[in-house]
Design a protein around this ligand. Structure first.
Ligand code: SIN
Ligand code: MN
Length: 209
C-alpha cells in the first residue's frame, strides 16, 4: 500500500527522508492554484486558530476537503465543518493532481490544510500525528515567499537540518520521515511576487481516516 502508484516522479533531493521537488510548479500552475484557492477561501474564510494552551497561532488557516484540521482549547483534531458551521469546500483538482504526481499512492487525500504566513508568522517544531494511519504520506506545496523549513527527528531534540522552500516547491513527508518533527523558522518576506501583498501559503494534503 505504501507505494501503489507507479507514476510517482523522482525527487530532486532528499533531506532526513523528506523528498523535495524543487520548482515542480511553474508560474502558470501556481497562478491557477491561487485562483482556485481564492474560491475556496471565499466559502471557508481564513481564521486564526487557538492552540490547546489558549495561545493564538501566528499563521492563519482554512481547509478544503472532507476534513479540515482544527485546534482550540479542546485540542488538535480534524473537523468536518469550518468554524462558521459550513462544510469545507472540495479540494480543487489542480491541487489533487500534485498529490497524484508525487505521493506514490492511489488513495486520495481527505484534507488540504491551507496555512497563510504573514511577515512575522512561523510554526514551531511539531509532528503531524492527528491522522489515523501514518503509512500514508503528507504532501506539502509552497506558494509565495521563501520559508526556512527545519527538519528534526521522531523524538524531540537532536541535531536539525534546514532547507529553503520556495514558491512552486513540493515536498513529501512519508516513510521514515512521516513522523519526524518539522517546523518553519521564518518567512523571507518579499522574496516572491506571487502574492500581491506578500506572505506565504503552504498547503498540506493529508489522508485523515
Ligand atoms: C506544516 O507543517 O503544517 C506546515 C509546514 C510548512 O508551512 O511548510
Ligand atoms: Mn506539519
Amino acid at each position: 500500500m505504501s507505494c501503489d502508484n507507479p507514476s510517482k516522479s523522482k525527487p530532486d533531493f532528499t533531506l532526513g527522508g523528506f523528498e523535495f521537488y524543487s520548482a515542480l510548479l511553474d508560474s502558470d500552475e501556481q497562478q491557477g492554484i491561487l485562483a482556485d484557492l481564492r474560491k475556496v477561501i471565499a466559502k471557508a474564510p481564513m481564521f486564526r486558530p487557538m492552540t490547546p494552551m489558549g495561545k493564538p497561532m501566528s499563521v492563519q488557516m482554512s481547509s478544503a476537503g472532507t476534513y479540515g484540521w482544527y485546534t482550540d482549547k479542546q485540542g488538535y483534531r480534524y473537523a468536518t465543518k469550518h468554524p462558521n458551521g459550513t462544510k469545507w469546500p472540495p479540494i480543487p483538482p489542480s491541487i489533487l493532481s500534485i498529490w497524484d504526481r508525487v505521493s506514490g499512492v492511489s488513495k486520495q487525500p481527505e484534507c488540504c490544510l491551507i496555512n497563510f504566513y504573514g511577515q512575522e508568522a512561523k510554526m514551531g517544531m511539531h509532528q503531524d500525528k492527528d491522522e489515523a494511519d501514518f503509512r500514508w504520506p503528507v504532501v506539502s506545496i509552497s506558494l509565495g515567499d521563501d520559508a526556512r523549513f527545519r527538519i528534526g527527528h521522531e523524538n524531540r531534540g537532536g541535531k536539525t537540518q534546514t532547507a529553503t522552500l520556495r514558491s512552486g516547491d513540493v515536498m513529501v513527508m512519508g516513510g521514515d520521515a512521516r513522523l519526524k518533527h518539522h517546523g518553519v523558522d521564518r518567512i523571507d518576506f518579499g522574496t516572491s511576487l506571487l502574492l500581491p501583498k506578500g506572505g506565504r501559503i503552504n498547503l498540506t494534503l493529508r489522508v485523515v481516516d
